[in-house]
Design a protein around this ligand. Structure first.
Ligand SMILES: Cc1ncc(C[n+]2csc(CCOP(=O)(O)OP(=O)(O)O)c2C)c(N)n1
Length: 396
């Protein structure tokens, strides 16, 4: 029968589907490399990963791990105010980034620093941003780790969960109207997928035929909320068919599988003018942020088991199996990454801070009256109370 809401067959059977009525097996998780780091023989690999790309991916993963370890420690030493690591999810960020082109537009959450690093943002750029100094484009007006780069087509990160998802749909729709051979890519956590913006973005993307690749990092935790409290049903990928969207679940700890999943999702999105949903299964091996202590809400044994499944080691073993990497190269790459990260922090820490007045600039071509008034109040305040402004921050 052709109802306005859909062409459907009639049935005399009164049967509800879904929920508790017809539980079905969860969507399987696609992988190409097993837990020990060896290739899964029968795996589909429509997008062959060549040596140059694979080695660049691994080198970036090593750099990312080194940045995360040393920046985290730098924050604990009080050198800057906040940090978030991507430990346990390196393969999701780097595997997906390697499958994109720089024409693709990225909208990320806050735990995908590997993506911008792979696209060409330097460790020095990251350090400048975390210190909020004069050399970073945000000029200290963002929290640390809220990276962004116009040149790299990477929209500046917003802390407000899921706001990037409708933006990504709009950008993808614009790419489609402009007939560009590119898509937008939206990253988010399974916690963010409980926001209203997620559902609005999914439905808009499906109905507009916007070429977006949605990549959900399902790392099991949204700060202290476990995934078991976050949703019912089959995770995030299970929602795809409900929106009329192709969906795939992938092992987020397998960089080669994430590369293939993303490359294929990108191909479908661009060729067929549709959104695609990818759910990367992983584990947040670190604390939520430097403001969190996850030992208060999850078992030490769970954390130990997942840390032992380090995705970087897994990919390294696969590279060694291919004959593309060895221990000597590994030691050299780690030493070089360490040197680069330490140097970047020292340089960024010494760089001058933006003036207090930068708080009011760069939004409007001409400063509106209410900002002019607030700026005058700030100047008057620091004139009356010179100690209110740290010594290394000039007023104007
Ligand atoms: C709209 C909004 N609500 C709440 C928060 C506070 N908050 C920050 S991160 C976070 C958890 C998000 O978890 P998830 O999306 O799974 O990402 P993960 O941190 O695990 O990578 C919450 C609730 C926020 N930033 N924005």
């Amino acid at each position: 029968m052709d109802f306005p809401g859909g062409s459907v067959p009639f049935t005399p059977t009164l049967t509800f589907v879904g929920g508790t009525f017809s539980p079905r097996a969860p969507l399987p998780c696609y992988r190409t490399i097993d837990a020990a780091g060896h290739a899964v023989g029968e795996a589909d690999v429509p997008h062959v990963l060549g040596q140059d790309t694979a080695v660049r991916m691994y080198q970036t993963m090593v750099k990312l791990q080194t940045v995360d370890t040393i920046f985290y420690e730098a924050q604990r030493q009080g050198r800057f105010s906040f940090y978030m690591t991507s430990s346990g999810e390196e393969a999701t960020a780097i595997g997906s980034a390697a499958a994109l082109t720089n024409d693709d537009v990225v909208f990320s959450q806050y735990r995908e620093q590997g993506v911008i690093l792979y696209r060409g943002f330097s460790v020095q750029d990251m350090a400048h941003q975390c210190f909020g100094n004069m050399h970073e484009q945000g000029r200290g007006r963002q929290m640390p780790i809220h990276y962004g780069s116009k040149a790299l087509n990477f929209h500046t990160i917003s802390s407000t969960l899921a706001t990037q998802l409708p933006h990504a749909v709009g950008a993808a729709y614009a790419l489609r109207l402009d007939k560009k051979q590119a898509c937008s890519v939206a990253y988010f956590g399974e916690g963010a997928a409980s926001e209203g913006d997620f559902h609005a973005a999914m439905n808009f993307a499906a109905t507009l035929g916007a070429p977006v690749v949605f990549i959900c990092r399902n790392n099991g935790w949204a700060i202290s909320t476990p995934a078991t409290d976050q949703y019912r049903g089959d995770g995030i990928a299970g929602r795809g068919p409900g929106y009329g969207m192709a969906a795939l679940r992938v092992d987020g700890g397998d960089a080669r599988a994430v590369f293939n999943a993303t490359a294929e999702a990108r191909r479908i999105a661009i060729e067929e003018h549709v959104p695609v949903l990818v759910e990367a299964m992983s584990y947040r091996s670190g604390h939520h942020s430097t403001s969190d202590d996850s030992s208060r809400y999850r078992a030490a044994e769970e954390m130990r088991q997942w840390r032992a499944r380090d995705p970087v080691t897994r990919f390294q073993r696969w590279l060694i199996d291919q004959g593309w990497w060895d221990d000597a190269q590994d030691t050299a790459a780690r030493q070089e990454a360490r040197r680069e990260v330490i140097q970047a922090l020292e340089t960024a820490q010494k760089a001058p801070k933006p003036p207090l007045s930068a708080m009011f600039s760069d939004v409007y071509a001409e400063m509106p009256w209410h900002l002019a008034r607030q700026q005058a109040e700030v100047f008057a305040h620091v004139t009356a109370h010179p100690d209110a402004c740290p010594a290394d921050i000039p007023v104007k």
